[in-house]
Design a protein. Structure first.
Length: 591
């Protein structure tokens, strides 16, 4: 537990880089002028006094709690624990609510608003009198959104993960969020689950506050935050209801105060080595496919040129070690925590990781995970006994995806890793949904389902529609998987032979817009290729006939999104927010 503590004794051993006079917040409160008089008098209006701000770091707490975000339901309480830690370390906490992106409720997709959260976070930090920030998130898009915004702002920051919920349960069976929802929904559509059983599953699959307890996007991205060095060691693995989660909140509050005095800013932590570490750990975890989009966006905010090729390079040499659904079949994040959590997993990757990478503890990754152990070899496998011999993800390229696409081979049947079959094309999600349950649908297990106009612009926002529903006709025959292609994303809790993020997307005239039902499509995961079996001349003839669709938006945030969103292979950030490689980040002098 040494890594959780941030004591006054330790602070005395450090060479402080900040003094009370050079604190950023002192620009608001210290000068003897009329403007600062207004700042001080209004603080006193709220019951504060000079002893609250004079000479103390002011710490912003960016809180993504809301009444409709079940993943963050406990943040109302955890923010008080973080405040307690800040006060213990001699700082002043300031809670700053940010937009809360509840994955289950926000339509058409939270991905449409990830960049809004990033902008919200950056501007909250820039415009308020804070010296450092704690970022409170966990639900899928909040981790990358918060980190992207805070990275661009450039002040000392530390991330506090929401933590996974407890295991689900139904009729003595362990349920995993998302993964078992898809599984039992297929059973229900096949007539194997009745109304009462379905209601029981609904009530048993999510038994506590916290994020998905499968290795979904939430657990993936909070683990990435820890691997990048932006959390205290072990923070991402602790289940949300665990008492250790409360202690971690207070420790996070204490540590950010120390970081302000040390002037430990994100540019010192978020290096190219740190992002390579994140890719390596992602591969070993059986990560969500969403990790690719979010890590590319985060890296480019930090001035690091991470590309799809980096993911594919490490996927060939780093095996999947975390035996957690959906890549694994038995265990969930609670089991992962008990088995040693992320530090335990990283202890098995020492020969792959850049161990000298600096972290928010002020120490290296090597120091943070020294002494970490694995307590269950079937949950966190050794390198010589992985659950999948390569990494979780593979990047495919070809005439159907010239800028790349992604598949999660660790979570789909091996016989579909190499497959050729006729396309069954749907132009949008509603038209697919209207016929997918028809017993008259002309489909076989060899068909390749194709959904287009579901990418960053076409969705809009690139919704998690990529795990196309299996045709009910095939479900009744006992078929549970087939090859499915789209320019959409899929939930990290999803599984199956789903090819995603096809880039460029069909809505902007990518090759996916040009294929027709009956075209033969070939996917070859071992050789990393994807193609439609028609000539270049035929593709060009079809391109000449293609007409661009009407714009989705004419005003507001959607209009701005449509004008500036980048494609999936570039991280789906706004072009005007991406940091030019090598250019430092931070705030301009606004005073």
């Amino acid at each position: 537990m040494r890594s959780l503590e941030s004591s006054g004794a330790r602070r005395k051993t450090l060479k402080n880089k900040k003094t009370p006079q050079t604190l950023r917040s002192a620009r608001w409160f210290a000068p003897d002028d009329l403007r600062s008089f207004g700042h001080r008098s209004r603080a006193m209006q709220m019951g504060y006094g000079p002893e609250d701000w004079a000479g103390k770091p002011l710490i912003g707490i960016i809180n993504t709690w809301s009444d409709i975000n079940p993943c963050h339901a406990h943040f109302k309480h955890r923010v008080e624990d973080i405040k307690r830690g800040i006060l213990q370390a001699g700082g002043m906490p300031i809670e700053l609510p940010a937009i809360s992106l509840a994955e289950q409720y926000v339509k058409p997709t939270t991905m449409l608003y990830r960049n809004m959260l990033a902008m919200d976070t950056e501007e909250l930090i820039r415009c308020h009198p804070v010296d450092g920030v704690v970022l409170m998130g966990g639900c899928d898009k909040t981790t990358p959104g918060l980190l992207m915004g805070a990275t661009s702002a450039g002040l000392p920051m530390i991330y506090f993960p929401a933590g996974p919920m407890l295991r689900g349960n139904w009729h003595g069976k362990v349920l995993g969020s998302g993964s078992d929802a898809w599984k039992y929904w297929d059973d229900r559509r096949a007539g194997l689950i009745n109304d009462q059983q379905w209601l029981e599953i609904e009530g048993g699959i999510a038994r506590s506050h916290g994020t998905c307890m499968t290795m979904g996007t939430a657990s993936t991205m909070t683990a990435m935050a820890e691997t990048l060095g932006m959390t205290l060691p072990g923070a991402s693995s602790i289940p949300a209801p665990d008492a250790g989660h409360v202690r971690m909140a207070a420790a996070t509050g204490r540590r950010i105060v120390e970081m302000v005095w040390e002037d430990l800013t994100p540019d010192q932590v978020l290096t190219h080595d740190a992002f390579e570490n994140a890719i390596i750990v992602a591969m070993a975890m059986g990560c969500s496919t969403n990790a690719i989009i979010h890590l590319i966006a985060q890296a480019r905010r930090a001035g690091c040129n991470i590309t799809l090729d980096d993911f594919d390079r490490y996927s060939r040499i780093v095996p999947v070690l975390a035996n957690v659904r959906p890549s694994g079949e038995t265990y969930l994040m609670e089991d992962f925590f008990y088995a040693g959590g992320l530090p335990g997993l990283m202890s098995r990757l020492l020969d792959h990781l850049h161990l000298d990478a600096k972290t928010v503890t002020g120490r290296s990754l090597r120091e943070n995970i020294a002494g970490a152990e694995v307590f269950h070899d079937d949950v966190i496998r050794p390198l010589d006994n992985p659950i999948y011999k390569e990494g979780a993800l593979a990047v495919l390229r070809g005439n159907l995806a010239p800028d790349g696409c992604v598949i999660k081979p660790s979570a789909c049947p091996e016989h579909l890793h190499q497959h050729t079959g006729p396309a069954l094309v749907f132009d949008d999600y509603p038209s697919m949904k209207a016929v997918i349950d028809s017993d008259d649908l002309d489909v076989t297990p060899d068909h390749v389902l194709v959904l287009r106009n579901a990418g960053p612009l076409g969705g809009p926002g690139m919704p998690e529609w990529g795990m196309l529903p299996m045709p009910r006709k095939l479900l009744k025959q006992g078929v549970r998987d087939m090859l499915r292609l789209s320019d959409a994303r899929m939930s990290g809790t999803s599984y199956g032979a789903c090819v995603l993020h096809i880039s460029p997307e069909s809505y902007v005239g990518g090759p996916l817009a040009l294929i027709r039902t009956g075209d033969m499509i070939t996917v070859d995961v071992p050789n990393r290729t994807i193609k439609v079996e028609i000539s270049d001349e035929e593709l060009e003839a079809r391109r000449a006939q293609w007409k661009a669709p009407e714009p989705r938006y004419e005003r507001g945030y959607g209009w701005m999104f449509s004008k500036h969103i980048q494609q999936a292979d570039e991280g789906c950030d706004f072009d005007f927010l991406r940091t030019d490689f090598g250019r430092p980040v931070g705030e301009p002098d606004i005073f």
